[in-house]
Ligand binder design. Structure first.
Ligand SMILES: [Zn+2]
Length: 386
């Protein structure tokens, strides 16, 4: 068998071969982008470029052009890589080699969002990484003082489309009862009742059986300059089948303290690699600085609970609880938000009631009347959408 290398040597001749070797050695010094990974949550999409060596910060330039984020990296090599993302923020990431020392990374966003680019040195078996964090950017409209007094409320029927919410029977593929249908039925009734009030404008996060991501719901709330945000649910408590009735949850400072704590823990974890950290970790904390009007949320919750007690059987109303779960829709900055559990599918009585129109109407009347009472309690200076 003929040795391939010998053939190659014969073909290329000595000098040409040594030129090849030299170039290969030179290339060794230039790090290579080996892989594109990503992770995605409602609140952040992280794209990670695994590199074979260190990339200088000064060699990385970023530019956001509309919905395309361009990252130009000097002194690095790569093969052409394309990664389609399942993310609410980003649709595609593409690594485009320009020449042997220049690579462009094209990140296609679904809308112009905030972003941060930083790097992590290789640490604990992980390679050097260029990290791109894409964070949702709510376009908050400047809310102007209204000429005539009009209040805006966002009604958010929980779940929808591919997300049925809680179901009965539990774990069934063809459930008889689905939370998404109950929440929509109640929400549409609330809208109908509020339409009797010319000074109240209702904005729905959905009016049909469609899937609306949490992020989109929060965006609707942020963009509408709403005076209140009301999310309607009917969940399950499999371990507590006795739990029944309507519960109103308000955003609590504790919820936010928890979110902050999680962010700090993440930061600390990264800081364990402190000496190997290159640039900054602050992007992790950016999104946590959301403020919410806790006092107003409590007042809205009180008004709704009072009114529910009048419209629904007194004993069925559990009162107000602090929201402990990390619910994104309650983190809408600057406007009071509540989440109403209109009942539990795991409780036989609730289950029977929740699908009946008389009960849905009672709950809807309670919610609507509570919103009206809350609005009436506000002073007369109101804010418009645009
Ligand atoms: Zn739910």
């Amino acid at each position: 068998m003929v040795n391939r290398r010998d053939v190659l040597k014969a073909l290329l001749g000595g000098s040409l071969l040594s030129a090849f070797v030299k170039e290969a050695e030179a290339k060794k010094g230039v790090p290579v982008i080996k892989r594109v990974r990503y992770s995605s949550t409602e609140e952040r999409t992280r794209i990670v470029l695994d590199c074979t060596g260190k990339v200088e910060k000064s060699d990385i330039k970023t530019k956001l052009k509309g919905e395309v984020l361009w990252i130009t990296v000097k002194n690095v090599r790569a093969n052409h890589l394309v990664r389609k993302l399942k993310s609410p923020l980003v649709s595609k990431a593409e690594v485009i080699p320009i020449n042997r020392r220049l690579v462009r990374v094209k990140i296609l966003l679904k809308a112009p969002h905030k972003f941060k680019v930083f790097a992590l040195r290789s640490c604990r078996g992980k390679p050097f990484r260029i990290v791109v964090d894409v964070l949702p950017d709510f376009v908050v409209t400047e809310c102007e003082v209204r000429k005539q007094v009009k209040r805006v409320v966002v009604i958010d029927p929980g779940h929808g489309g591919k997300d049925p919410g809680a179901v009965w029977p539990i774990n069934s593929y063809h459930p008889k009862i689905r939370e998404k249908d109950i929440t929509l039925a109640i929400a549409l009734r609330v809208r109908r009742i509020l339409k009797e009030h010319p000074n109240i404008e209702v904005i729905m996060t959905r009016t049909r059986d469609v899937y609306v991501p949490l992020l989109k719901r929060a965006e609707i709330a942020a963009k509408s300059c709403a005076d209140a945000f009301v999310s309607i649910h009917a969940d399950s408590m499999p371990n507590f089948p006795d739990w029944s009735g309507v519960t109103v949850f308000k955003a609590s400072p504790r919820l936010f303290a928890k979110a902050q704590l999680v962010a700090k823990k993440v930061a600390q974890k990264v800081r364990l690699c402190n000496d190997v950290m290159c640039w900054s970790i602050s992007p992790l904390l950016i999104n946590m600085a959301t403020t919410v009007t806790f006092v107003e949320s409590a007042r809205l919750a009180e008004a709704i609970v009072e009114s529910l007690k009048a419209h629904v059987n007194d004993e069925l109303v559990n009162g107000i609880r602090d929201m402990r779960r990390n619910i994104l829709v309650l983190k809408t900055p600057g406007r009071p938000a509540v989440l109403i559990e209109s009942g539990f599918l795991t409780n036989p009585k609730d289950r029977r009631r929740l699908i009946q129109s008389w009960y849905q109407e009672e709950v809807a009347r309670g919610i609507a009347r509570g919103i009206v009472k809350y609005f009436e309690s506000l002073n007369t200076v109101a804010y418009v959408k645009e």
